[in-house]
Design a protein around this ligand. Structure first.
Ligand SMILES: *Cc1c(COP(=O)(O)O)cnc(C)c1O
Length: 438
């Protein structure tokens, strides 16, 4: 199978080429030129997430040097569970489940994609290659997940850019606690600045001449495809038990997680409605309403990993649904402000005993305020994108008690940190990348 840029670059690439490139030279994002069609019978012998993932992703690798390696990569990458947990106490209001995507090393869903990408790079690398430089802009969780996934892997270096002061203290520790082959920069700007710098670096001739750069953001196909695996696995499990399609509410920022779900549905998996749950950054919500695409600066919210004013993966959604009405049929989107996030965290703790992270709370609020008929008649799944223990500064005052910290997270939070300041410009990034670590 071949992959093309959303902006029409004429040359198709294989899966490994697209993963190594990250972003297309024309600035677009890679999308497949065809879709495998899979029905639930195709997954009959797949039990684990790793097996479902291998079955789902293998067709994309046909004819590529990754073809025989996908099963090995998914079992390396998906070494932690993605449980679907029913929420009790919903009585009479319908059926609600939570897909817990936070059981990986940094307690957020980005561990799935980051570990798949690291496992892939590791197998694609040949001993004679120069160091592969992974460049990543993060609004919170990406950087930590990528750093954890690549930390101490030979032949690979990671550079993390995050907006100074705009990630939570706990997140900042996770971005800066690595050392070795990981360098972290606090950029004097927003996430959008960080993301723009990364995009510019990839098309900068001076940098391309000096080093081999690759991305690990949700724009990389190697992050996005593996995320389709947990939607496949969850929806299949639900289908086998209930013969009904499961409907997903997805806390969304840059739309990587949502596109993975929509791709899984496009391939034939038993997924019903997909609802994008946004915070006060309502670029996508406004676009679906008005048809005007007006990216803007991001606003800082309680759900900071979703503070994206110009969601890149919209290009992939548009590639699949170029027509606005077709896009409106494929997804709906809602926006939730900080006050509603806070209230939802407080209420659902009391009502269901559930402690949401601020991102998951956006989805919980969308569920709680959706039209009654949809809520009662369809089985819903909230996608829990992070553990609340990553956001104690926000969640603990709201619920009035402390949140137990998972052991892996506790270990990370105790390490010493290292961080360098950076101006929000390509020139500053270029200088930093070309100079040795201080
Ligand atoms: C990154 C992130 C999101 C947003 O995911 P996208 O793929 O960018 O839409 C939501 N919640 C958490 C906890 C995240 O880390």
């Amino acid at each position: 199978m071949r992959f093309f840029s959303t902006r029409g670059e004429p040359l198709g690439l294989s899966l490994s080429e697209a993963v190594l490139r990250g972003l297309a030279p024309d600035g677009g994002l890679y999308v497949p030129d065809a879709w495998p069609h899979l029905v639930s019978k195709d997954f009959d012998h797949c039990e684990t997430l790793a097996e479902v993932g291998a079955r789902l992703i293998s067709p994309f690798a046909i004819g590529d040097r990754l073809e025989s390696l996908i099963a090995e990569i998914t079992s390396d990458a998906f070494n932690f569970p993605a449980p679907l947990v029913p929420v009790t106490g919903v009585d009479g209001e319908g059926e609600m489940h939570v897909l817990e995507l936070f059981h990986g090393p940094t307690a957020a869903f980005k561990d799935f994609g980051a570990r798949f990408l690291a496992a892939t790079f590791q197998r694609l690398r040949v001993a004679s290659d120069p160091t592969v430089n992974i460049l990543v802009a993060t609004s919170g969780d990406t950087g930590g997940a990528v750093a954890a996934a690549f930390h101490r892997r030979p032949g690979m270096a990671v550079t993390v850019l995050f907006p100074k002061g705009l990630v939570s203290p706990t997140q900042e520790r996770q971005l800066t606690c690595w050392g070795d082959n990981v360098r972290s920069f606090a950029v004097a700007g927003t996430f959008d600045d960080c993301q723009r710098m990364v995009k510019e670096a990839f098309v900068d001739p001076q940098l391309s001449a000096a080093m081999s750069l690759s991305s690990a953001n949700s724009i990389n196909l190697g992050r996005l495809l593996p995320q389709a695996a947990y939607y496949a696995s969850t929806s299949l499990r639900y289908w086998r038990e209930h013969t009904r399609k499961l409907n997903f509410i997805i806390p969304s920022g840059n739309l990587g997680n949502a596109v993975a779900c929509i791709w899984a549905r496009h391939m034939g998996l038993p997924i019903g409605r997909v609802v994008l749950a946004h915070n006060a950054n309502r670029t996508v919500v406004d676009f679906l309403q008005t048809g005007e695409w007006s990216p803007r600066r991001s606003l800082a919210t309680l759900a900071s990993a979703m503070d994206v004013g110009h969601p890149s993966n919209m290009e992939r959604l548009r590639a699949l649904h170029p027509d606005l009405d077709s896009l409106r049929g494929a997804v709906t989107a809602e926006s939730v402000d900080d006050e509603r996030i806070a209230t939802r965290i407080r209420r659902d703790r009391q009502r269901f005993g559930q402690i949401w992270c601020p991102h998951t709370a956006v989805a919980a609020e969308v569920w709680a305020t959706m039209d009654e008929r949809s809520r009662r008649e369809l089985p819903w799944c909230l996608v829990a994108t992070a553990s609340p223990a990553k956001f104690p500064e926000i969640v603990e005052p709201l619920i009035g008690s402390s949140i137990p910290v998972p052991p892996a997270l506790a270990e990370l939070l105790q390490r010493p940190t290292q961080v360098e300041p950076l101006e929000p410009s390509l020139a500053a990034l270029r200088t930093a990348l070309l100079s040795p670590r201080r």
